[in-house]
Design a binder for this molecule. Structure first.
Ligand code: ARG
Length: 461
């Protein structure tokens, strides 16, 4: 079997059961272009050590180029008998370069350093695609907040009315969380930009090959300083999978709100037709499936991350075949995010906010009680007392079934001599919002400043 990379010391071939268990081409074939890039770089360091002559290097690169074209077009694909991407590609190389030349490439490398390197290359590429997609969600949140710079909404804690906030302030809170995910991906890349190629099976190579030259050709900043770490370390994968899970969790939080907002009871938003779904039986239905899938997939990505950590737990050095299980969870996380993020971006960008309803609800549920207490503090009343007095006003309102602004000057005077008619200046949403003008607050000018800060942060490299 030409796809086999081992066999000399075995008297017979592998059993069908082993071959079926061992096989990974069904998921690792997506790494083929990266493996071929690694092979080109490896051929050049073999040549630098005179282990390939000029003609051999030229023939090898030409054969690898043809192989890559055939892999990309689909003309070349793994056979049933191929164990993994490495074996399948060696078979393809030998078909194109002949066994004498093709058989020389494997010197000084192992599937262990290859796979560790290819995984990092794949993750780094997809980290940048995911970052672009996350940025599109952030842009949608920014666009919505720019469409509604002054619209108030009920701010909530414990899902209960708490204090009025600007809708733009609320939306940008989700944008900041996603911005930190972008920052995490960029920071992660520093650790991922180190190539394990040249680590061999675990101990390095005796052929004097230059790992740094390979690293540079493959777009890494440097090569690992420890071949055991290079072949057996997977914390860089685990960190990546944590970041993808965090992104999914962040999407699930905004999605859960969209699900609530789109209910009849909230009526905060209408979903765009092209980003919502119908029911096969109920003709009236318009469902927030994108948001629900985001919520559901967050669970899935947490599972991917937990599964990967469980694979790594207590694994002795160096390479163990358990590590073949590292790929499917991260590939799954990437695949899910790459279909989810564009859908969430579109859903958010096309939300139709019912700003009148948001404005009407913003002060309800005694959401201005804190403003009353803080107004009293500005009149010199200790906050402990102010809190009690504002609470008294809420209680009176609750008894009468009215809101704070419905109480008369006499009602307020009866509660406390400190509650003079001047308190009315904070009994409006606008007064409440504009008073929260320090950095990070919900006043229109503070939100404009935070948007500027976020835009500036996004511009940083
Ligand atoms: N398919 C293997 C993996 O994903 C490649 C490395 C195999 N190495 C080995 N010694 N069997 O980890």
């Amino acid at each position: 079997n030409e796809g086999a990379l081992w066999g000399g010391r075995f008297s017979g071939g592998p059993s069908d059961a082993l071959a079926a268990l061992s096989k990974s081409t069904q998921f690792d074939w997506r790494l083929a272009p990266y493996d071929i890039a690694g092979s080109r770089a490896h051929a050049r360091v073999l040549h630098a050590k005179a282990l390939l002559d000029d003609a051999e290097l030229e023939g090898m690169i030409a054969a690898l180029d043809r192989l890559e074209a055939d892999v990309r077009s689909g003309a070349y694909a793994p056979a049933d008998s191929d164990e993994d991407v490495h074996g399948a590609l060696e078979r393809g190389l030998i078909e194109r370069a002949g066994v004498d030349l093709g058989g020389k490439l494997r010197a000084g490398r192992s599937r262990n350093d290859q796979i560790a390197t290819l995984g990092r290359m794949y993750l780094r590429d997809h980290a940048s695609y995911i970052a672009e997609d996350v940025l599109a969600v952030i842009d949608a949140l920014i666009a919505q907040s720019q469409r509604h710079p002054y619209a108030p909404m009920p701010g909530r804690t414990h899902l209960q009315h708490a204090q009025p906030v600007l809708l733009s302030h609320h939306l940008l809170a989700h944008a900041w969380a996603l911005y930190r995910d972008l920052d995490r991906l960029a920071d992660w890349d520093r650790r991922a930009a180190v190539s394990p190629y040249g680590s061999g099976a675990l101990a390095g190579s005796s052929l004097g090959l230059d790992p740094v030259a390979v690293a540079r050709e493959l777009g890494f900043d440097s090569a690992v300083h420890n071949s055991i770490d290079g072949t057996a370390g997977r914390d860089v994968y685990a960190e990546f999978s944590w970041i993808t899970a965090m992104i999914a969790v962040d999407l699930s939080r905004v999605s859960e709100e969209v699900i609530l907002w789109a209910t009849k009871e909230f009526s905060f938003v209408t979903l765009h037709d092209s980003f919502s779904t119908g029911s096969s039986i109920m003709p009236q239905k318009k469902n927030p499936d994108i948001a629900e899938l985001a919520r559901g997939k967050a669970g899935r990505l947490i599972g991917d991350h937990a599964g990967l950590l469980a694979t790594l737990k207590a694994l002795p050095l160096a390479y163990n075949r358990d590590l073949q299980e590292d790929k499917e969870p991260i590939f799954d996380a990437i695949d899910q995010l790459e279909v989810l993020l564009p859908a969430v971006a579109g859903m958010i960008d096309t939300l139709d906010f019912h700003t009148e309803r948001l404005a009407e609800l913003a002060p309800q549920g005694f959401a201005l009680a804190t403003d009353v207490a803080e107004w009293l503090v500005r009149q010199g009343v200790p906050f402990r007392v102010a809190h009690e007095l504002a609470g008294d006003a809420v209680r009176v309102c609750e008894e009468r079934g009215c809101e704070l602004w419905d109480l008369s000057d006499e009602d307020y005077a009866a509660i406390s001599e400190h509650l003079t008619p001047g308190v009315r200046e904070v009994l409006t949403v606008e007064g409440s919002l504009s008073s929260r003008s320090s950095q990070g607050g919900t006043a229109p000018e503070a939100v404009a400043a935070q948007l500027e800060a976020l835009t500036a942060a996004l511009q940083e490299p």
